[in-house]
Design a protein around this ligand. Sequence first.
Ligand code: ZN
Ligand code: ZN
Length: 338
Amino acid sequence: MARNLVAQLSKAGGDFELVEREIPTPGPGEVRIKVKACGICFSDHMVKDGAWPGLTYPRVPGHEVVGVIDAADAGVTGWKKGDRVGVGWHGGHDFVCPSCRRGDFVTCVNQAITGITRDGGYAQYVLARQEALALLPDGLASAEAGPLMCAGVTTFNALRNSGARAGDLVGVLGIGGLGHLGIQYAAKSGYRVVGIGRGPENAELAKRLGALAYIDSKATTAAEELRKLGGAKLILATAPNAKAITDLVDGLSVGGELLIVGAPFEPMEISAVQLIPARRAIQGWPSGTAMDSQETLEFSAFAGVRPMIERYPLTKVKDAYERMASGHAEFRVVLTMD
Ligand SMILES: [Zn+2]
Ligand SMILES: [Zn+2]
């Protein structure tokens, strides 16, 4: 009988264990996905290290899941066997909390989180709730679609919900897993994009991805360089470095907005005086709903936005995770199941 090979963690700080489980049966409102690929995200360390409050083990991480629906509960409408789908961080909602009653599902107080509160995609098969599914467009390969379910939707959805308009100067801090996608989305959305990184290494790459200019924050004062360009209407902060983020506040234009999607561990120090006279704002942004993910996939397919990935088979999960954790991957590590 066929089994379900999964990479699970059975305790905080433990190692990945490859175990065979029974192939799960979809519960009410769920589908079963035969996984094709699953990206490894930095946030997966919360399962590996036990940093998520109330996390229970064993747990299969992975919230950049892409595959094909293989079975569906009788109550599932709108999805069928054979549909190519993706599942991201947002793994479902309760439909009844105050946020849900306002239609703001991504802030649901009882939000299910893929790979955190329920098993994720480091597996051959995974169950997913129907409201958590995004339909894949044709022409997007599974391994490339994986990182778009987290890194992609996070940057694309943050940008398109910001106050910036086509033609505005947009800085993208960090040329990494999120940033290399953020630059592409920003450029394809019609912004004048400036990549900001530490050191000269990624200058060429940033321009190849669509940036008009690159600022080396090691060699120059990045905020000053942004001001020379007129000031940024928006800075998308993808590098989880408090100092690097706060150093950029003075590079915002009048009414400029600092939008944070990469979470530093340490607190950020910003003076109100940096914000008040020029009406600057600071905001955080969570990824998005399944529909946001679906629109991210569609935009990526037609605009030609793709993540740069390194592939590993599921059986090499330890190497793959270490590669992600090393910070040297260019730029997203993806597990493939075939
Ligand atoms: Zn993620
Ligand atoms: Zn809710």
